[in-house]
Design a protein around this ligand. Structure first.
Ligand code: PMP
Ligand code: GLN
Length: 411
């Protein structure tokens, strides 16, 4: 491998998707719904598929109908007119938006601040660009280290400020956060924004779970804070927005001078996204744009539907002996499994980190898969997550019933 790629290893997704294929557990690991997306979304794709004119290349920086719809939506949400041509790009999933944003801005030796736990691809992407990741972990604010909710995890303000210096190019923010489910508050975002302005730092804001926020929490787009539009690239995903993770369609928006850099990376690596998927997503957005304030709007109904599922799984985990952290957003729950340790044979697995051993043992012996959250931490902070497991709860109730049966039978 070229130097920047040295030390790359297959990610947790590669390993755990294979593990699920091999053992066929109840899969609460990788994040995806196990039920169909809204019918009008799949109907849109059927309609598009039968249109003879929508099967060739489309505009490279984004299919015109889709960038128009995205610009209309985010202009309303951000409170400023977004130019569909120059301030918006569509990408192959949020992954490619992250990749283009990072490689489009990070130079050799630049420092990039990453908040832990982080979606695992951020750090390798920074390194591929020649940058140096600087990590800061969210920590429980209670002195005894206990946490009931993701809101109990906070950043130490002076530690955060100490990471900013003249070499800092960017900070990567993820709200709602995967895997913790933390939804950053206005006060927290203001603190981050003020540091970005003070040290002239770019903010890459991964907001793929923007519609998955549970009452009474509110999703705040950092680009809406004073003087932040100029220095923020915000990233979204159709996979999360419409429950179609297999469509692999993402986007990024921000000021034209920053978006230009993403467009250049995209133009020379991917060039253009999938036409029918973009057209169908445009149709889906147009429908939601016409009912944005109604309760039926999927952007509102999805979290209303998910909240009881979240509560069900949290309650179940607590009754089973886990110490679950209630997420304010996203569709994952982090739970401390160490109270169950005596009932698990950790020695049957050889992985360095205990959460890998726990989740592998559970997959093979109990038939339940979760994700080991040390995958979302830098080496120096992995010890913070070894006692936890991440479970995904965007699943049908029948699968939660199966979960209960699994536990009654085995643990
Ligand atoms: N960011 C976060 C925080 C995610 O959880 C995901 C999940 N896939 C992505 C980015 C990538 O999204 P996509 O599937 O649209 O590439
Ligand atoms: N975002 C999803 C998760 O966290 C999927 C990640 C992936 O498959 N790479 O589970």
């Amino acid at each position: 491998l070229p130097k920047a790629y040295e030390g790359s290893e297959p990610s947790v997704w590669v390993e755990y998707i294979q593990l699920a294929l091999d053992h066929k557990p109840l899969n609460l690991g990788q994040g995806f719904p196990d039920y169909p997306p809204p019918k009008y979304v799949t109907d849109a794709l059927i309609e598009v598929a039968s249109n003879r004119n929508l099967h060739q290349y489309t505009r490279g920086f984004g299919h015109p109908r889709l960038v128009q719809a995205l610009a209309r939506l985010y202009s309303q949400l951000i409170g400023r007119e977004i130019n569909a041509q120059s301030e918006m790009i569509t990408t192959l999933g949020a992954y490619e938006a992250l990749y283009s944003a990072i490689t489009g801005h990070v130079d050799q030796g630049d420092e990039v601040i990453i908040i832990e736990p982080f979606f695992d691809c951020y750090a390798p992407m920074v390194k591929y660009a020649g940058g140096i990741p600087k990590f800061i972990a969210l920590q429980p604010k209670n002195p005894d280290g206990t946490a009931q909710s993701s809101a109990d995890f906070v950043l130490d303000k002076s530690e955060l400020e100490s990471l900013f210096n003249s070499k800092t190019k960017a900070i990567i923010l993820n709200t709602p956060n995967n895997p913790l489910g933390k939804v950053f508050t206005l006060e927290e975002l203001t603190f981050i924004a003020d540091l970005c302005k003070k040290y002239n730092v770019l903010c890459i804001s991964d907001e793929v779970y923007e519609w998955l926020v549970y009452e009474p929490n509110k999703h705040i787009r950092i680009a809406t804070l004073p003087d932040m539009w100029e220095r923020t690239i915000t990233i979204g995903s159709a996979g999360k927005t419409f429950s179609v993770t297999g469509w692999k369609l993402g986007w990024a928006y921000g000021p034209a001078n920053l978006l230009f850099n993403l467009q250049m990376i995209h133009q020379n690596s991917v060039y253009t996204g999938c036409t029918p998927i973009q057209e169908a997503t445009a149709i889906a957005f147009e429908k939601e744009l016409s009912r944005l304030t109604s309760e039926e709007c999927y952007f509102h109904s999805i979290s209303k539907e998910l909240q009881p599922k979240r509560d069900f799984v949290v309650k179940f985990l607590k009754e089973t002996g886990f110490k679950a952290i209630v997420p304010e957003g996203g569709y994952f729950i982090l739970a401390d499994w160490t109270p169950l340790e005596s009932r698990v044979d950790l020695n049957s697995e050889t992985d360095v980190y205990k959460d890998y051993r726990f989740t592998k043992w559970m997959t093979k012996n109990v038939g339940l898969q979760g994700i080991p959250p040390t995958a979302f931490y830098s080496k120096e902070h992995k010890h913070l997550a070894e006692g936890f497991v991440r479970y995904c709860f965007i699943k049908v109730y029948d699968n939660f019933k199966a979960l209960e049966e699994i536990y009654q039978g085995t643990l």
